[in-house]
Write a protein that binds this ligand. Structure first.
Ligand SMILES: [Zn+2]
Ligand SMILES: [Zn+2]
Length: 354
């Protein structure tokens, strides 16, 4: 099969189209013909060497996968050839440890992140993923766009429903609201009945943020303190919940935007930088920082139901053929994609342009 293989970290030139052996199903594997694979900032961090933990090269990038089952291993009961499926971000968990058995399988010590560890990834014509990590796509839902259901929507769904426990009428700030997670965070927070404030330094993305559920959009220059605008939008109280897709680069203005008893959901971290911080700044105001991990299979299944009912909608910007994967990375790295870009391994550049 054809796949984009990375043999050592570097710029986009380390992504090469190669012919590699087709995956053969082991007992728990489901072999998927890839319809689409989302291009995530995570992929860029793996490719350029920023992320090294859990990475083993050579690898095939890509963990946001949808497609059609073509073969299953001998122990697979839930899937058969011809089914339409999408995956969580992992291809292996142990299935037996306390995390796997209590709805926290992203924390399994044995987990292997798809696209990071070895030649199992979605920038390829086929991929083999163990059945624990796969969900069936409901009827009527377009297959390509739900490639991003787990990572771009499910992570946020986990944040809003399960970690942040957002309540109707609460004020929610989404930082980095124009990015792939951000634009879906606006949708999910809106669906949970929140008053949704989007923060961005990209004025050209205001319309799409409003179309995705933002009640208020705060646009400011990069590096500027936006917390006075958040305070103005919340009558001086601050927001009850922050869905933080940015982290260190705007740590202080984000902190200053949080209300008393507020929950700060840590999702994204755009740099490797540390930040000076006094814990009393949080606990004297009864505030909490909470960690959001990647998506469980149950959360993915819930997201798919909401997509089927048109309550949530995957936002896909552009699609690229496999041999245009370098271009896709360049656009994602430079922040020129709203929502997600997709790799479409079975489509030619000409057919995608048409
Ligand atoms: Zn992702
Ligand atoms: Zn486990």
């Amino acid at each position: 099969m054809k796949a984009i293989v990375v043999r050592q970290p570097g710029g986009v030139e380390v992504m090469n189209l190669e012919t590699v052996p087709d995956p053969q199903p082991k007992a728990r594997d489901v072999v998927i013909q890839v319809e689409a694979c989302g291009v995530c900032m995570h992929d860029v961090a793996v490719r350029d060497g920023t992320l090294r933990r859990g990475v083993q090269m050579p690898n095939i990038l890509g963990h946001e996968i949808s497609g059609t089952v073509v073969a299953v291993g001998s122990d697979v009961k839930r899937f058969r050839a011809g089914q339409r499926v999408t995956t969580v971000q992992r291809y292996h968990i142990c299935g037996a440890c306390r995390f796997c058995r209590s709805g926290y399988e992203p924390l399994c010590a044995e987990k292997k992140f798809t696209g990071d560890w070895g030649m199992v990834g979605g920038y390829a014509e086929y991929v083999a993923i163990e059945d624990d990590n796969i969900a069936e796509v409901p009827d009527g839902v377009p297959l390509a766009e739900v490639a991003i259901a787990a990572c771009a929507i499910g992570t946020i769904f986990n944040a809003v429903r399960d970690v942040g426990k957002v309540q109707v009428g609460e004020a929610v700030l989404v930082t980095g609201a124009g990015g792939g997670l951000g634009v879906h965070a606006l949708q999910v927070a809106n669906a949970f009945g929140a008053y949704v404030i989007a923060q961005t330094s990209s004025p050209q993305k205001v319309a799409i943020m409003k179309a995705n559920g933002a009640h208020e959009v705060i646009v400011h220059a990069r590096g500027e303190d936006f917390s006075p605008q958040v305070m103005a939008a919340t009558k001086g109280l601050g927001v009850d919940v922050i869905i933080d897709n940015v982290g260190t680069p705007q740590f202080t203005p984000t902190r200053k935007s949080l209300a008393k008893l507020g929950r700060w959901l840590m999702i994204g971290q755009l740099t490797g930088d540390f930040v000076p911080f006094n814990p009393a700044q949080l606990f004297l105001r009864g505030q909490s920082m909470l960690s959001v991990t990647s998506t469980t299979r149950a959360q993915l299944e819930d997201v798919l139901k909401l997509v089927q009912r048109n309550i949530l909608r995957p936002v896909v910007d552009k699609s690229f053929a496999l041999d245009d994967a370098r271009t896709a990375h360049q656009l994602v790295e430079s922040g020129q994609v709203t929502g997600r870009a997709l790799i479409r391994p079975w489509q030619s550049a000409a057919s995608l342009a048409a």
